[in-house]
Design a protein around this ligand. Sequence first.
Ligand code: TRP
Length: 334
Amino acid sequence: METQENKVIFSAIQPTGTFTLGNYIGAVRNWVNIQDEYRCIYAIADLHAITVKQEPAKLRQHTLEAFALLMACGIDPEKSVMFIQSHNKCHAEMNWILSCSAQFGELSRMTQFKAKSEKHPDDINAGLFTYPVLMAGDILLYQADLVPIGDDQKQHLELARNIAQRFNQKYGELFKIPDPYIPKVGARIKSLQDPTKKMSKSDENPNSCILILDDKDTVIRKFKRAVTDSDTVVRYAEGKDGINNLMSIYSAVTGKGYDEIEREFEGKGYGDFKLAVGEAVADSLEPVRTKFAELMNDKAYLKEVYTNGVQAAERISRKTMTKAYRKVGFVDCP
Ligand code: TRP
């Protein structure tokens, strides 16, 4: 039996500017929590980012920021391997090998491809189409056991499993088949303006979304404006999407259960509750903002961390890459 410590976790996040509170509570905070339990490998997926239009200077900036943000949130380069995807050439190489095992039909069925094609009808590039193959390579290169992902990536992980199985059947066992990692505690954070939708930084209404670098006043102001309902009691119930969302946020940052929160705000109004949520969130983000500013002021240190990171990533993934080349029948690279 394998112990958990030997289990490999791989995940990646795209460098699309600052993260939202949703990314933080729903994903990154969880990545931080599992660092002691597993062998974690985390990447900034800049190769993925160029499947949609990017301004080069901004992409570079956002990639560095995303890397610093992961560290500011608590990803510890002493515990986890963290790197920038494009630095490790294995990802682009594996993408090609796996694209010869991925089928046109299955890629055509990816709902994210269909959605993004509709959103960018003037740039339905081949990279957008094969994006899930690149993602499969990310995971399979490290022989990951588990992949923490949101609902929007489930179909891609399923595809990665299918591609891995198909390759293994064609050429003999190579890839470990990864499973989704379902966190013990995980909250899906919704928009503050329309709590039936996911919190998203691409929302036109900036009040719908908390960015993890928002300052205290901004955080509190956005929570004050959060949409609730015509009831007045703070309790978790069906039909109270706004309050439910605020309760799950408050619970995620304070660790308090719903019963406890209901008792805390008994006899108080929504105004008091919103203010408390805003303050709790702002307080929990404060150290992240401070650490982030420190890191962005020390580019030499950041560079040292991502240099060491890619060396570690390369050591692991090059082994799989070399095996894959042998399996498909390439002559050993001189
Ligand atoms: N596609 C993922 C997203 O947009 C990011 C990603 C890239 C990823 N490679 C991955 C996630 C590998 C998990 C595993 O959110």
